[in-house]
Write a protein that binds this ligand. Structure first.
Ligand SMILES: C[S@@+](CC[C@H](N)C(=O)[O-])C[C@H]1O[C@@H](n2cnc3c(N)ncnc32)[C@H](O)[C@@H]1O
Length: 333
């Protein structure tokens, strides 16, 4: 994507943001006094878990189906990468109940299809923090390691410890190419896959590597799903500006995903006080399943042939700007 005409430059946007205090972008502005800050985060995690569950159910159902139908892909095989895996299990700070994170939701969904013998998969889980990565290993359901006549086959899910931006195009890519050779997948085929990033802030997302992977023939069929917490990003930018960062040096969301080469981008509904949503970049024919995507709240944002969709851009602007900025823009027109 290279013509983000509807999306104002980062510089102009951040100058407007500089005039807005952090509290004005806080979802806690109308929170009753005395309610602790983590309560918002807890609601946020639960809502994210629910949203993610329905998104991957639809995405993986479509992907697994497509891996059966198309001659260009590896038959009945999908690859999934979680770039910000975390520990896999959390305690809800509100009521102590258990929240299940993305790596386990992904593995459980893939294992359901394996049990029905409809697919084989490789699942790469990346986590920077080694303590969290160890916890994740312990929390992962049965690894599915196979042993034939004393020869141990590699596991289907692998935890990689380190920085996602380096690992994605390094060790993770090598592991996936090795898996393909082991599964006798021809190098001419283009396996279907999904790369997911759920960063705490924009910098935890491996933008550079995502851009590289999107241009790599071996991975160009991998859809890219990015979870965005719009309010958290606006808050971070506001506090950076408040502590002296030049607004011109800050990038906005549009600048980041502009570099990723995908033919179609979809945007999900903005949900909750934290305006959380997903961006989904695709190259495959999966986009023709528009009814299924619509059923989980996704609408088109950008299409390489047609440009920006008015409704999608409107939603993107809502996420990228504060209410006050949007009001200012309306007054300016
Ligand atoms: C919001 S949490 C992810 C939660 C997880 N997706 C889930 O659903 O449970 C973000 C995680 O990304 C990890 N992280 C941050 N920067 C990273 C990086 N550059 N490379 C790999 N992991 C990173 C953090 O340690 C944290 O565990």
């Amino acid at each position: 994507m290279n013509d983000l005409i509807l999306i104002e430059s980062a510089s102009a946007r951040n100058k407007k943001l500089a005039n807005i205090s952090q509290d004005q972008v806080s979802p806690q502005a109308d929170r009753p006094s005395g309610v602790p800050r983590h309560v918002g985060q807890s609601e946020n995690t639960r809502l994210k878990q629910e949203n993610f569950r329905s998104v991957i159910e639809t995405l993986l159902t479509i992907a697994i189906g497509a891996s059966r139908r198309n001659s260009w892909t590896a038959k009945n095989y999908v690859e999934v990468i979680d770039c910000n895996a975390g520990t896999g299990k959390y305690k809800d700070k509100l009521d102590g109940s258990q929240l299940i994170g993305s790596p386990i939701l992904l593995k459980e969904r893939l294992d359901t299809s394996v049990a029905k013998k409809t697919v084989q998969y490789s699942l790469a889980l990346i986590e920077k923090d080694s303590k969290q990565a160890q916890e994740l290993k312990a929390n992962l359901p049965q690894q599915g390691q196979l042993s034939f006549f004393g020869i141990t086959k590699p596991t289907k899910a692998e935890v990689f410890i380190g920085n996602n931006n380096q690992l994605l195009t390094g060790e993770v890519k090598s592991w996936l190419l090795t898996r393909r050779r082991e599964l006798n997948i021809s190098p001419n085929l283009e396996p279907i896959g999904l790369i997911y990033s759920d960063p705490n802030g924009l910098i935890d997302c491996p933008w550079e590597s995502l851009a590289k992977m999107s241009k790599d023939k071996a991975f160009k069929r991998h859809d890219i799903l990015i979870y965005v917490n719009a309010v958290a990003i606006k808050r971070t930018n506001c506090s950076k500006i408040a502590t002296g960062t030049d607004p011109d040096s800050l990038l906005n969301l549009g600048d980041y995903f502009d570099a990723i080469d995908k033919n179609h981008w979809l945007i999900s509904e903005l949900k909750g006080d934290w305006q959380q949503f997903f961006l989904l970049g695709m190259n495959t024919a999966l986009v023709s399943e528009s009814n299924l995507f619509a059923s989980i709240g996704f609408i088109p944002l950008y299409d390489k042939g047609k440009g920006f969709d008015a409704n999608g851009s409107n939603r993107f602007q809502q996420a990228n700007y504060t209410q006050k900025e949007l009001k200012q823009q309306n007054q300016e027109f």
